[in-house]
Ligand binder design. Sequence first.
Ligand code: PRX
Length: 655
Amino acid sequence: MTQDGSHAIDVLLREKRLYKPSAAFQKRARIRSLPALRSIIARARRNPPGFWAKAARDIQWMKPWKKILDWRPPHARWFVGGALNVSANCLDRHLEGPRRNKAALIWEGEPGDSRVLTYHELHAETSRFANVLKSLGVRKGDCVGIYMPAVPEAVVAMLACARIGAMHNVVFGGFSAQALRERLVDSKARVLVTADGGWRRGQIVPLKGVADEALAGAPGVEHVVVFKRAANAVGWVEGRDLWWHELMLAAPRDCPAVPVDAENPLYILYTSGSTGKPKGVLHTTGGYLVQTALTSKWVFDLRDEDVYWCTADIGWVTGHSYVVYGPLACGATVLLYEGAPFHPEPDRLWSIIEKRGVSVFYTAPTAIRACMRFGDDWPRKHDLSSLRLLGSVGEPINPEAWLWYYRVIGGSRCPVVDTWWQTETGAILITPVPGATPMKPGSATMPFPGIEADVVDRQGRPVKPGKGGYLVVRKPWPSMLRGIFGDPKRYKSQYFDPIPGAYFSGDGARKDADGYFWVLGRIDDVINVSGHRLSTMEIESALVSHPAVSEAAVVGRPDEIQGQAITAFVTLKAGASSNAGLKDELRAHVVRAIGPLAKPSDIRFAEALPKTRSGKIMRRLLRELAGSGRTQGDITTLEDFTVLSKLQSGGEEES
Ligand code: PRX
């Protein structure tokens, strides 16, 4: 963080386009106009706990709460004294009415196989597996590791933990043995649920093999339950390893959901972001469910007839909140896809949307930009008319990508909800409410009702409209993290010490004159050129608006004169040729879009950019490369190691 108290970031890029929700969408929306939304926001502002208490009435409680909020900064407890069960809310309550035989999960396997589980079936599987966990000695408060491909059994395992009051720690199936081991040890997992393998890009990912390697250093894990998915050969430790299907055959069908305290831990999820040691973010039960359910209903406008598809893996928070808990609490039909988005062809996403009639689609800017790179012909081959709402999450979406998504995928008829939130926030905090909020491409628009977000300086004072600053949340919200597992000091020092009186997100942002928020990316990614702090995101956005550019990552490298000089790593669209002429053209393009200050000193063409497994560009590595030519530090979260070695060996397509 910078020392300067006056302002944090200079804002250079201005996006003026405005898109209103269509009259057709508005007519049947839950909140139909901006004035209606503003009045809900104003009411919630007068009494935030009252607003959330009203939302909590949509959830089934087994025991009513005594106090809505107990706030002893920086620690919050919500719905104090209340008891409920998340699995009962996601399953049992739907069995009483017409949702009983409705599809809860529509699953598409990568090789082309598929399955549908109704709410009745998902409930039965979950109850049986909850009994399996009990038979393995898992008790309330214990932790279960889940290292699975995206198959229905991963969802079953999560819901089964919740059913008996145990917590889960889902580790993304693409993580290495070392990353899995660290997370199992840190979370004190007693049981690991995994699979023999999962399909990705036509290959089998040998999950059980990786798990075996991880378990060699995780002696606390007593049992491993193995789901048979890919039928690949696996090693076996007698007494420790057990087949899912054998245990399920023996398990009773009936397992009542236990009442747990509203503050009972629901899960730990490790987040590394792009720097530092992974943090075990802890989420609890009542507040988390209330907020994920309400945001699913209002932001995704979920209806019984929708087929809702969030492409995030269940290993990320988006998979927890918006594949599993929020949508199932709303009784939605959730689509789950096992594999890679461009396998066997770049139109896999569009072909699934057409096949299943997906109506609400939620994905990440990195996926959208990759799709743009493949060109419009792939989506145009498919009937995407079932879509009625689109969403984006994970990074700032640059206006070019937003517009492409809106026009080519949404046929200019679907609102795009650009949702800002974090693993730590548990649920969406800043977002359009479709049907009510006019959208500006690249802006996550306004805080959700009940959320007091602001853009401030180092002392916590609001900065003027149009000025860059630090994105904070001033009041507690129900789904906020309750701590860092095993590291209480870090919770305070990381999130509450930096800015007085507020939760600090780590992001930079600005608010415009209409009160719209523009997230500028991680504050660590800000660069300082001749005393001006620039958001790398804005320069990247300018580069990507050039027709030849597919993706861009901008970092600073030390420079004697300017302080930092701008280095841009650029990948090109198919057919564009990298040459010195293009470099000059791109520089000129940035100058036109933003100004001479933002002109990149170096432009390096690359085949691909180093990314975390959730698709975020690892700018730290690029910063190191641009500075010293080498990288150091943790790279366990890197998705594709060859990308880095190509960049390091100068293997980029230099002109
Ligand atoms: O920098 C912001 C960016 O992603 C960070 C949170 O990452 P993670 O904990 O992995 O959770 C991702 C899914 C919620 C934020 O601090 N981010 C997320 N959504 C947006 C975003 N940046 C801009 N616009 C968004 N819509």
